[in-house]
Design a protein around this ligand. Structure first.
Ligand code: DON
Length: 304
C-alpha cells in the first residue's frame, strides 16, 4: 500500500470511533468545535503531501504550540534553558500543580503547562509582542503566510485560566518567572489559540525529520543535535501522562493539544499531523492516537 491508500484505509477503519471521547470544554470556546471532524496529513521531506478528511480545516493548535515556543526559547537561550526547565516525563496531568510546589518551581519538562509558561516568559523578554513572533516563526515553515491566532479562543482561555495563573504565580514566587504574570499568561493563551491545518502542521514539523533543516524552505531551524533532542523530548513527554503508552502503541515522537491535534515525526521521512477533537481522559485525541497507531502498523515504520 502507498501512503495515500494507507491514509484512506485509516480514515475508513476509524469512522465508527470518530467522535468518541470528549471535546475539551474547560476552554469554553473549544467546546463549540464539532466532535466528528477527522483529518490527517503526511508531508515528506521531499515536499510531497498526502491528506485525507478534514486535513485542510484550521483548528486550535493549543499545546502543539509548546513545540514551537520550546524551539524559539532554545534558539534564544541554548543550554541555559535547562537551568529553568527539566527534561523528565512528569507522570502527572499537563496542568498539575503538585509537582511544581514539591520541586521548587522548576517544571519537569517544557511540554507541561508550567514548562511552556517558562518558554513563553523567555519570549516575553525578547519580543514586544511574543505571540506575533510565534506566528511569524510559523508562517514560512507552514507555507501559509496568513497563520494567525483566534482572538475569541485566546480570550475564552484567558478568562478561565486560573490553574495556569496559579502555576505562573508559584513559579514567580520561586524566582522562575521573570516577567509580570499577566503578560506571560496573555502571550501564552494567544499562542495556544493559533489556528493551523493538518497539512500546515505536518509541513512545519518536517524540520524535525530532517536534522533541523526545514526541507521546503531550506531554513535551518535548529542544529542537528538539538533537533534530535527535541524528538527525544516529544517521545518521552509530548503526550503527557500517556507518553509511555503512546510510545508503546505508536513509536514516534509526537506532541498533542487539547484542540484534538497531534503532530508526529518520522525521522528521515516525514512530518505527520492528525486532528480529531474528541479526547481521551489524558487530553490526547482518541481517534488521533488510534490513527497514528494504525499508521505505524500499516507502514511498518517507527523509530524502533
Ligand atoms: O493551557 C492549557 O490548558 C491549554 N491552552 C493547552 C493545554 C493542552 O493543549 C494540553 N494538551 N493536551
Amino acid at each position: 500500500m502507498n501512503t495515500t491508500e494507507i491514509l484512506h484505509r485509516i480514515h475508513d477503519e476509524l469512522r465508527p470511533i470518530i467522535g468518541q471521547g470528549r471535546v475539551a470544554s474547560y476552554i469554553p470556546e473549544l467546546a463549540k468545535v464539532p466532535a466528528d471532524r477527522f483529518g490527517m496529513a503526511v508531508v515528506g521531506i521531499d515536499g510531497s503531501v498526502v491528506a485525507v478528511g478534514d486535513a485542510d480545516i484550521p483548528f486550535s493548535i493549543q499545546s502543539i504550540s509548546k513545540v514551537f515556543t520550546l524551539v524559539m526559547a532554545l534558539q534564544l537561550e541554548g543550554d541555559a534553558l535547562w537551568e529553568r526547565v527539566g527534561r523528565e516525563p512528569s507522570g502527572t496531568a499537563f496542568n498539575s500543580l503538585v509537582q511544581l510546589e514539591a520541586e521548587s518551581g522548576k517544571p519537569r519538562n517544557p511540554f507541561i503547562n508550567p514548562g511552556a509558561l517558562v518558554c513563553t516568559d523567555i519570549l516575553c523578554r525578547r519580543f514586544a509582542v511574543p505571540e506575533n513572533a510565534v506566528v511569524e516563526f510559523l508562517r514560512p515553515l507552514s507555507g501559509n503566510p496568513s497563520v494567525q491566532y483566534n482572538r475569541a479562543v485566546a480570550a475564552s482561555e484567558r478568562r478561565t485560566s486560573s490553574r495556569n495563573a496559579a502555576m505562573a504565580h508559584l513559579m514567580k514566587a520561586f524566582g522562575n518567572l521573570h516577567n509580570p504574570v499577566d503578560e506571560v499568561l496573555d502571550a501564552y493563551c494567544r499562542h495556544c489559540a493559533i489556528e493551523m491545518t493538518c497539512v500546515e502542521l505536518a509541513r512545519t514539523v518536517t524540520f524535525l525529520a530532517h536534522g533541523g533543516i526545514h526541507p521546503t524552505s531550506g531554513q535551518r531551524v535548529l542544529d542537528a543535535s538539538l533537533a534530535k533532542r527535541l524528538n527525544a523530548l516529544m517521545l518521552t513527554c509530548g503526550t503527557y501522562d500517556a507518553a509511555g503508552d503512546f510510545a508503546f502503541r505508536v513509536g514516534l515522537p509526537a506532541k498533542s493539544g487539547v484542540g484534538g491535534g497531534i503532530v508526529a515525526v518520522m525521522p528521515g521521512e516525514c512530518g505527520v499531523c492528525v486532528w480529531s477533537p474528541a479526547l481521551e481522559p489524558s487530553g490526547n485525541s482518541l481517534a488521533g492516537s488510534m490513527a497514528l497507531e494504525r499508521f505505524t502498523t500499516l507502514t511498518g515504520r517507527s523509530i524502533f
